[in-house]
Design a protein around this ligand. Sequence first.
Ligand code: URA
Length: 175
Amino acid sequence: MQPEPDCRLCGLCEGRTNIVLPDGNLQSHVVFVGEAPGENEDLQARPFIGKSGKMLEGMMNDAGFQRSDVMITNTVKCRPPKNRDPTEEEMAACRPFLESELSGRSLVVGLGKSACRDLMGYEGKMRDVVNKIVRIRIGETEVDFLPTYHPAACIYNKEARTMLREAMDIVRGKL
Ligand code: URA
């Protein structure tokens, strides 16, 4: 299930250039879920291809796997204005697409607060849950959920970098 090319289910349609659909190995049992497309992603219709994407890909490679080994997507498929966090309403409007993307997978990696809020219903500090796998239900599917830092947080935060790197090792062990 995918959004229609002219999807208008939420207000993000007003500012988008492109709808950004999942990328990587669409059959992988491991899925990374980010927050929302940024400027580069909106222009090129591919998730995680800007600065955060370079950080994410570099860490995957350091851990011994490739971006093409996993599926990569976002909680919402259109860029929020000025890269603000997606709202509850916007995430709810996009949720059926996310649920269909995650259906039948075994490990879902939540990159940062928005993904953890959307999928785990978690509103607290990332440091209290980071890299602790929990079992959650997403639609009809029960998955292992690995909450971790967003790669953007790793650009200036060494602790986040260490933890995201550790998350990549956990993923590597499950591929
Ligand atoms: N940040 C995200 O959360 N997703 C992207 O696709 C790019 C940057």
